[in-house]
Ligand binder design. Structure first.
Ligand SMILES: O=P(O)(O)OC[C@H]1O[C@H](OP(=O)(O)OP(=O)(O)O)[C@H](O)[C@@H]1O
Ligand SMILES: Nc1ncnc2[nH]cnc12
Length: 175
């Protein structure tokens, strides 16, 4: 089963980046090309029946499978980045996450009004990051139609915060 193989390949790193956090390290997964191809296909399969115009991936780990997924779905990819990285005019949202706080930005012409956006990230923890990303999508009058993650830390209840934007939350691996 794919979920079991991903879990067996991921590496838990205790106390990174702060004491008490068990960090889910996806770098061993990235070294397995066949597994990465299966993951991309499985992420796309979960989204069958959802009409998606754009995939938005969140810096940095959301870029890894986000672009691959956009290619399989044959739709544009939009990078949502940490503050100060995007060169053109941006809009911003600040947020808290499992181990800190940060600001996300997107180009002001990244989405057009009425577009259906899939937000992709590697991992859902508290949901702070994707809530901020969703606000950026809505600020540009586009809709969040689904969320896709490789990993969901269900014990942190991030999914509950996402229902406000879209009830469609998919992940390949849950803890
Ligand atoms: O659900 P949350 O509590 O908001 O946490 C999840 C976020 O935390 C991690 O990103 P991080 O900010 O560490 O950045 P990185 O992808 O650049 O490593 C992860 O990739 C998610 O984006
Ligand atoms: N426990 C965790 N492992 C990896 N990335 C994370 N982002 C937020 N919490 C995380």
């Amino acid at each position: 089963m794919l979920e079991t193989r991903i879990k067996q390949t991921l590496r838990d790193v205790a106390d990174f980046p702060k004491p008490g956090i068990i960090f889910k390290d996806i770098t061993p997964v990235l070294k397995d090309a066949a597994l990465c191809a299966e993951i991309t296909k499985a992420l796309a399969d979960q989204l069958k029946g959802v009409k998606i115009d754009v995939v938005a991936g969140i810096e940095s780990r959301g870029f890894l499978f986000g672009l691959a997924l956009a290619q399989v779905l044959d739709v544009p990819f939009v990078p949502i980045r940490k503050a100060g990285k995007l060169p053109y005019k941006t809009i911003q949202q600040s947020y808290d996450l499992e181990y800190g706080s940060a600001t996300l930005e997107v180009h002001e012409d990244a989405f057009t009004a009425g577009q259906n956006v899939l937000i992709h990230d590697d991992l859902l923890a508290t949901g702070g990051t994707v809530v901020a990303a969703s606000k950026l999508v809505n600020q540009l009058q586009a809709n969040v139609v689904a969320y896709s993650f490789l990993i969901s830390l269900d014990f942190l209840n991030g999914k509950d915060r996402l229902n406000l934007f879209s009830p469609n939350t998919f992940s390949l691996v849950s803890y």
